[in-house]
Design a protein around this ligand. Sequence first.
Ligand SMILES: *Cc1c(COP(=O)(O)O)cnc(C)c1O
Length: 224
Amino acid sequence: MPVNTIAYQHIVKELDNTKTCLVAVSKTKPNEDLLELYQLGQRDFGENYVQELVDKAAALPKDIRWHFIGHLQSNKVKYIAPFVHLIHGVDSLKLLQEINKQAIKNNRVIDCLLQIHIAEEESKFGLDERELEEIITQMDQLFNVRICGLMGMASFSEDQMKVRNEFKYLNSLFTKNTSWILEHSEKEPVLSMGMSGDYAMAIEEGSKMVRIGSLLFGARNYTN
Ligand SMILES: *Cc1c(COP(=O)(O)O)cnc(C)c1O
């Protein structure tokens, strides 16, 4: 399946209007496909699998900003700690402590987003509001991780109102915590929400970073 460069140009223009960052989600896709977008100027790429991310980062241009968007296991943090640009799916203090430890080993600060559980599906990872507040109180001890914002995934649902309400809820938690995030990270706070099927709505509801895969690279074939 060829890379949809027309969709890419269209989305870039659309996002430029609202100053939204595009993370091109390239999981399961070959290096040639990533390079095709790289040549059009894309620098932010998102991957879900640690080994795949490590292999791609070694093979592809060094100025790519690699986003880890999957569910990260503590024992695998060490493989991506030297170079990862932003870890989106952080959902426990234990994981943050491990990221902090590996960041120290690499003499750097690693940027992270806390994942909030907003979908109704049980299988989706993430913190609830109480767990979020709890983690925030612990952050003054982890000097080598920087919480830059929040991330969430809405339900896979035809019900547009339901999806919109989930984005609204995430944005309300984000708004509640932006002053803390700004103070802690000293960067413009990031709200990462929206994928191929719902990114336009996510932007309407305040997203500052969308993660788009299949619209750019075509459907994924997991048997490859
Ligand atoms: C795969 C994935 C995406 C991209 O999904 P598409 O529907 O293909 O755009 C976005 N975010 C996360 C966390 C993903 O795992």
